[in-house]
Design a protein around this ligand. Structure first.
Ligand code: NDP
Ligand code: DGY
Length: 327
C-alpha cells in the first residue's frame, strides 16, 4: 500500500459505537457503512464492497464467491461480528488469501445464559403461564395445571461441548443435574469439570431428559436433529437449540412436538430467520421460539464490535488479529 493512501473499509450494518469509534479513528482507513439496522440488500452489498480492502460483516450477510469477486483483489480481510462462520464461503476466502476474523469467547457467557433461560422457560412453560394470566385462563391454583419438567435429578445431553456448550453445562450443573452427557467429534478434557460423559449421539438422545444443541453448523451437522433422532428421545424430553436453525429439520421437529413424541422445544435459532409469523411451529404451545438473541446483551454486543474492529484493523495492517480463524 502506497504511503498516504487510504484503505477502504465497508461495514454492512450499524454496529455498536464502541467498535465504530475504533474504525473511525484509524487514520489510514476510509470507512463506509450501510447505515441501517436492517440487513444490506445483496445488490447494495455487491456495489459497496467494490475495491474494499476490509469488510466487516454480520451473520446475515452471505459472503460467497460473487461478493468476493465484486470486492476484487484489494480485499485483505473479512471480520465477522459473530462466532459462527457458516455464512462465509471459507474455501473461496482461503483461495483468495483473505484473512478472517471472528468473535469467539466474548459472547460465550451471554449465549449460555440465554440458553439456560430458554431451557427453563420451555421446561416450566413460562410463556404459556404468562399468557394464561393475561387471558383469564388462571381460574385457581390447580394441582395438575401447567406442570412441566425440572432439572433436579435429571440427565442433560449437550450436543457440541465447545465454548458455549461447556458454559451451558457449568450453569446447569448447580440445578442438581445428575448426569451430564455430551457428544461431538472428540472427547473434551475440560468435560471433567462438569463430570461430562462422552457418549455416542444415540445414547445421548435416548438417555437425556434435556437435549441442548450447541454445536457449530457444518455439512455434518446440517439436519442432524431429524425424525430418526427425535424418535429415539423420551416422550418427556425437552429439546433446546441455540446453535443454528439448520441443524434441525423443522418439519420433523413439528411432527415430534405435535404427536407427543417429545414434550417441548425451545429455539433461539430457526430456518429461515425471521421465522414467518404463520409458521406451524408458532402455533404449538409446547414450542418456545426466540428471535436469535443469544448474545444480545448491551455489553456483549459492545465487546463483540470492539473485537470485530480490532480484527479488521489487524488484518488491514498485516499484524496480529486478536481472533483470527485459521483457514
Ligand atoms: P465452538 O467451536 O467452541 O464449539 C462448537 C462445538 O461444535 C464443538 O464442541 C464441536 O465439537 C461441535 N461439533 C462440531 N461438529 C460436530 C458434530 N458433527 N457433532 C457434534 N458436535 C459437533 O463454538 P462456540 O461454542 O463458540 O459456538 C458454537 C455455535 O453457537 C456457533 O458456531 C454459532 O453457530 C452458535 N452461536 C449462537 C448464538 C446465538 O445467538 N444463538 C450466539 C453464539 C454462537 P468437536 O470439537 O468435537 O468437533
Ligand atoms: C454468533 O455470534 O454466531 C451468534 O449467532 C450471534 O452472536
Amino acid at each position: 500500500m502506497a504511503a498516504g493512501k487510504l484503505m477502504k473499509v465497508f461495514v454492512t450494518r450499524r454496529i455498536p459505537q464502541e467498535g465504530m469509534k475504533i474504525l473511525s479513528s484509524a487514520a489510514d482507513c476510509e470507512v463506509s457503512l450501510w447505515d441501517s439496522d436492517e440487513p444490506v440488500p445483496k445488490a447494495e452489498l455487491l456495489k459497496s464492497v467494490q475495491g474494499a480492502h476490509g469488510l466487516l460483516c454480520l451473520l446475515t450477510d452471505k459472503i460467497d464467491a460473487e461478493v468476493l469477486d465484486a470486492a476484487g483483489p484489494n480485499l485483505k480481510v473479512i471480520s465477522t461480528l459473530s462466532v459462527g462462520f457458516d455464512h462465509l464461503a471459507l474455501d473461496e476466502i482461503k483461495k483468495r488469501g483473505i484473512r478472517l476474523g471472528y468473535t469467539p469467547d466474548v459472547l460465550t457467557d451471554a449465549t449460555a445464559e440465554l440458553t439456560v433461560a430458554l431451557l427453563l422457560a420451555t421446561a416450566r412453560r413460562l410463556p404459556e403461564g404468562v399468557e394464561e394470566v393475561k387471558n383469564g385462563g388462571w381460574s385457581a391454583w390447580k394441582p395438575l395445571w401447567l406442570c412441566g419438567y425440572g432439572l433436579s435429578g435429571s440427565t442433560v445431553g449437550v450436543i457440541g461441548l465447545g465454548r458455549i456448550g461447556m458454559a451451558i453445562a457449568q450453569r446447569l450443573m448447580p440445578f442438581g443435574v445428575k448426569r451430564l452427557l455430551y457428544s461431538g467429534r472428540t472427547a473434551k478434557p475440560h468435560a471433567a469439570e462438569v463430570n461430562g460423559e462422552f457418549v455416542p449421539i444415540d445414547t445421548l438422545v435416548s438417555e437425556s431428559d434435556f437435549i441442548v444443541v450447541s454445536c457449530s453448523l457444518t455439512p455434518e451437522t446440517q439436519g442432524l436433529c431429524n425424525k430418526a433422532m427425535f424418535s429415539k428421545m423420551k416422550n418427556t424430553a425437552v429439546f433446546i437449540n441455540s446453535s443454528r436453525g439448520a441443524v434441525v429439520n423443522q418439519e420433523d421437529l413439528y411432527e415430534a412436538l405435535s404427536s407427543g413424541q417429545i414434550a417441548a422445544a425451545g429455539l433461539d435459532v430457526t430456518t429461515p430467520e425471521p421465522l414467518p409469523t404463520n409458521h406451524p411451529l408458532l402455533k404449538l404451545k409446547n414450542c418456545v421460539v426466540l428471535p436469535h438473541i443469544g448474545s444480545a446483551t448491551y455489553s456483549t454486543r459492545g465487546v463483540m464490535s470492539v473485537l470485530a474492529a480490532q480484527n479488521l484493523l489487524g488484518g488491514l495492517q498485516g499484524t496480529d488479529m486478536p481472533s483470527e480463524l485459521s483457514l
